[in-house]
Design a protein around this ligand. Structure first.
Ligand code: DX5
Ligand code: ZN
Length: 215
């Protein structure tokens, strides 16, 4: 099965958002990766519902929304209303993760769980059968354009082993520091979705860069 590419609109030009959304629509990208940051869970604030409304209106591919916010349960149904296809919450922000996952599904979305670089994937073991995607953070969340944390390779391998052992089907998404230099190795060890912000939007031809990562 071929891997998916999810360009992160955090690195888009917000003065030309419609243009950048159209670029993704026309490209070989599979999903839109949408980073929501609250300035509390992470030391940065990105954007919220007005941008979700623009995406809902113009995006022609599924919205993969990554919540980097505290108390995400408060907003699950709002994100469903804005056409979110897959909603990921952070394990570190969810004291009742199983309940959050059920709420996401009940709202009609696919459910993802994101985990920070310091968090062990063992902590996911008891929910792996309930989710559609694990978002492995390969940078500390909060900013685009950071360097890839090498230990992520080991985490992908471990997670992929757990996936095989239990005969499960969830996507393994890698988020942060994905480049034209490391994407092949990430896929080789088990990644199935690659998020790319800086690599796509700061390249000379974003659409061609997306195609390259898709090869
Ligand atoms: C980081 C975000 C990422 C970010 C990736 O907190 O979750 O999705 O946009 O950006 P790059 O690809 O630039 O590292
Ligand atoms: Zn993200």
């Amino acid at each position: 099965m071929t891997h998916k590419i999810a360009p992160s609109i955090l690195s888009a030009d917000f003065a030309n958002l419609q243009r950048d959304i159209e670029m993704i629509n026309q490209s070989e990208a599979d999903w839109f990766h949408v980073d929501i940051m609250d300035g509390v869970f992470v030391p940065n604030i990105s954007f919220g519902f007005p941008v979700m409304a623009s995406l809902q209106k113009h995006a022609k591919k599924p919205l993969d929304v990554h919540l980097m916010i505290v108390e995400p349960d408060r907003y699950i149904t709002r994100f469903a209303d804005y056409g979110t296809h897959l909603l990921s919450v952070h394990i570190e922000a969810c004291p009742h993760l199983h309940r959050s996952i059920q709420a996401i599904k009940q709202a009609g979305m696919k459910a993802g769980v994101a985990i920070n670089p310091h968090t062990s994937i063992q902590q996911l073991e008891d929910v792996l059968g309930d989710i559609d995607l694990v978002c492995l953070m390969s940078v500390n969340p909060g900013f685009g354009g950071q360097s890839f944390i090498q230990n992520t390779y080991r985490k992908i391998e471990k997670l992929n082993n757990m996936k095989r052992q239990h005969n499960l089907n969830f996507e393994i998404e890698i988020d942060g520091g994905v480049t034209l230099q490391n994407y092949k190795q990430l896929i080789a060890v088990g990644a199935t979705v690659l998020v790319a912000g800086n690599t796509v939007f700061n390249s000379e031809n974003p659409s061609v860069t997306i195609s390259s990562i898709k090869q």
